[in-house]
Design a protein around this ligand. Structure first.
Ligand code: FE
Length: 339
């Protein structure tokens, strides 16, 4: 080998090392969201960038515990969760790092991402009021209405420790203050049709069975019953009315599936590229539609089933506020005896 070609080779290797992504061809995703059809999305990313996506799935709190235990040794680059309150918990534990991306800042509305770049919303769901069209002629139009004595014995909603309710309560605290929030919670408890039981789908089932006249659930649970067979709901959806609450005031409370770059990510650049890819119109449409959600990026067409629920004004409170109010929210729920 001549001196000249050896020098060229050294230069070539140095060039490769400088362009790190050429060597690091992986991005490792810890996800509490699981849809088989997401594989196609990840393959499209690999095709476009050459970066392989490796997924590890688990329940949100388990993944947080795992990341804490693994510490610097963690192979994870991205954490993906399905509620702002959950990604906020991960962030509180120091599991996420700030990133800067003009692409993400431009595409994702400000209220759907962490002010410091620790996490970004990728799809949205609305927390809605459903009611029996046969038995309720004057349905609640706001979250506040759920506490109206006119609905005594009619309201079904799941337990207070559930993150969806903690996030909703977090938004009410932010808008109305703690005192009003507590009054509201006490009023809702007064209106319970039964003690909280089951998940959001069970509240919808309650409308069908007659146990509840009014129920609170995330938009995608009802949409799912329209799109596929959900026992106890599908077949009766025509008799269930939908209210997008607070249209005249603060807008409907929304929540997000969100992702952030893990503190000890080894493939930081790949991770940012992956997040940016997930905000492209094609990826957004697919990502949201898998769970009948609304895209986070404005202007991306809403999937057919989610779109059939209707258009609405959303609450633009920064979702970071929900996390900050999480502990207070639980305190208030406990104080009023909301199980
Ligand atoms: Fe859910």
């Amino acid at each position: 080998m001549s001196v000249r070609s050896a020098t060229l080779m050294t230069t070539a290797i140095a060039g490769l090392l400088a362009g790190l992504p050429a060597l690091a061809q992986d991005v490792n995703v810890y996800s509490s969201r699981h849809y088989d059809s997401d594989d196609a999305l990840y393959e499209a990313f690999t095709e476009a960038t050459g970066i392989q996506v490796n997924r590890l799935e688990g329940e949100a709190d388990e993944l947080n515990a795992r990341l804490q235990a693994e510490g610097e040794q963690s192979p994870a680059d991205i954490l993906l969760t399905v509620d702002a309150g959950r990604i906020w918990r991960a962030d509180q534990l120091g599991l996420l790092q700030p990133i800067e991306s003009e692409v993400l800042d431009e595409r994702i509305p400000e209220h759907l991402r962490d002010p410091e770049g620790h996490w970004y919303g990728l799809s949205q769901r609305a927390r809605l009021i459903f009611y029996s069209m046969d038995r309720v002629s004057n349905p609640p139009q706001t979250y506040a209405d759920l506490a109206d004595p006119a609905y005594e014995g009619q309201v079904c909603i799941r337990s207070s420790s559930n993150i969806y309710n903690l996030s909703l309560m977090g938004s009410i605290i932010a808008h109305e203050g703690e005192e009003a929030a507590q009054e509201w919670a006490a009023g809702v408890v007064e209106n319970f049709a039964r003690d909280p039981e089951g998940g959001d789908t069970d509240q919808l089932r309650g409308i069908v069975s007659g146990a509840c006249d009014i129920a609170v659930a995330n938009s995608y649970y009802f949409a799912r019953a329209l799109a596929q067979d959900v026992e106890g709901v599908t077949g009766s959806t025509d008799s269930i009315g939908i209210v997008f609450p607070n249209q005249e005031t603060t807008g409907t409370h929304v929540n997000i599936a969100a992702a952030g770059v893990v503190t000890h990510a080894k493939n930081r650049e790949n991770a940012i590229a992956f997040l940016e890819f997930l905000t492209t119109p094609e990826a957004q449409a697919h990502f949201a539609d898998q769970n009948n959600e609304f895209p986070a990026v404005p202007g991306v067409p809403v999937g057919e089933v989610a779109a059939s629920l209707g258009e609405f004004e959303q609450d633009t409170l920064n979702l970071d506020e929900l996390g900050k109010n999480q502990a207070k929210a639980q305190e208030i729920f406990n104080a009023v005896g909301w199980p």
